[in-house]
Design a protein around this ligand. Sequence first.
Ligand SMILES: [Fe+2]
Ligand SMILES: [Fe+2]
Length: 170
Amino acid sequence: MGLVWREQMSVANNLIDSEHKYLIDQINALETALNTKENHDIVEETLDHLVSYTKTHFDHEETIQRKIRYPQLDEHKLEHKQIMRNLYAIKNELDSILGTDQRDRESDNNDEVTDSELNMILADEEVEHSVTKQDLEPLIALIRSWIIDHVIGSDMKLKAYLIKRPVDFV
Ligand SMILES: [Fe+2]
Ligand SMILES: [Fe+2]
C-alpha cells in the first residue's frame, strides 16, 4: 500500500505542499519499481530522480524559510543536509550491491555518484542480475522514513509561520 498525502500534512503553502505530494509519488514509484520484473533500471532511474528532486525541493523550502525569516532555518538546513548525505550514501550502497563499490572506494568524495558511474552501473547487465528485491527493500524503507519523518515532523513546524501568508507565497 502506497503512501498518501493528506490534508493534515499541509504546511499552508502551495509550492511546498505540491512538492511533498510529488516526493510521496516518487517514493511510491520506487516501491512499485521493486515489484516489476525488469526493476533494476527503473529503480536506479527513480532513485536518481528522487535524490535530485529532493535537493531541489530543499532549496525551494530554504528560500521560503529565508523570506519568512524562519527562526529555525539553520537547524532545518542541517536536517536537509543530513538527509541528502543519507540519500547519497544509499546511492553508494546501491553501487556496492551492484558490485561497483571498488570504483567508489577509490574516490574520496562519497557524497556524490557521478553520472558516468551511474551510466556504468546501468550498462552493466551482468551484475544487475545478482540484485534481489530483498537487497533493495530495506534501502527504500530507509529513504521513505527519512523523507516522511522530516515532512511530518520538521516541515510541519513551518505551518504556524506560513499560515499568515498567502498560500502561493514563495
Ligand atoms: Fe519538505
Ligand atoms: Fe524541510
